[in-house]
Design a binder for this molecule. Sequence first.
Ligand SMILES: Nc1ncnc2c1ncn2[C@@H]1O[C@H](COP(=O)(O)OP(=O)(O)OP(=O)(O)O)[C@@H](O)[C@H]1O
Ligand SMILES: O=C(O)C1=C[C@@H](O)[C@@H](O)[C@H](O)C1
Ligand SMILES: [Mg+2]
Length: 196
Amino acid sequence: MSEQLLTVADSLKDRARAALGSRNLILVGLMGAGKSSVGRIVASQLAIPFIDSDLEIERVSRMTIAELFAAYGEQEFRALEARVIKRLLKSGPRVVSTGGGAFINDRTRKHIKKGGLSVWLKADLDVLWDRVAKRDTRPLLKTENPKQTLEGLMNARYPIYAQADLTVLSRDVRKEIMADEVLQAVIEAQKESAAS
Ligand SMILES: Nc1ncnc2c1ncn2[C@@H]1O[C@H](COP(=O)(O)OP(=O)(O)OP(=O)(O)O)[C@@H](O)[C@H]1O
Ligand SMILES: O=C(O)C1=C[C@@H](O)[C@@H](O)[C@H](O)C1
Ligand SMILES: [Mg+2]
């Protein structure tokens, strides 16, 4: 990287870090949107802790998400998810990548709204499908026609994800580029709130 490009990258990180302050940055969106992989890069760029709520739920319960769904059902999973996310957002700054259904749950959405700045990673069906089709660990997609199920989830959930503070279009570009776009969105949001 040339010296000039390095300076631009540094100032993006620094400006986003300053804009975030002590708030948490919470990534929401459908399965496959890139919340976990992009969130990890964003946290490393900002030099703040990264936590993935699905992994945290698996750690505290000592069960996989699939096992939790099978043993207790989706409703119990959502209650556990709400408690875990509430706790994760108690202090900041952190980057918290949530599970795909977290923001859809009213209680969890309130915790997220209160707990920091939310970013919806929005992707179209084909991008999501290409990504999730590679792994069959997602309990909600264990249906006869998982692509149609995913499309149904998109239709039901997109109006709710749209309530996030920021939206970034997730597409097939390098994850580092997606992370930079999230940082840029944080900076823009701060500029807009300072101007209003
Ligand atoms: N920009 C990208 N380009 C190419 N592949 C990507 C990109 N972002 C994520 N992926 C890949 O897509 C898959 C899903 O990404 P990831 O696990 O980050 O999604 P997620 O939003 O956390 O999904 P879930 O809600 O299921 O946890 C992973 O294999 C990841 O490497
Ligand atoms: O979209 C969803 O509802 C889910 C997404 C995953 O991240 C997991 O949290 C779980 O598989 C449920
Ligand atoms: Mg994830």
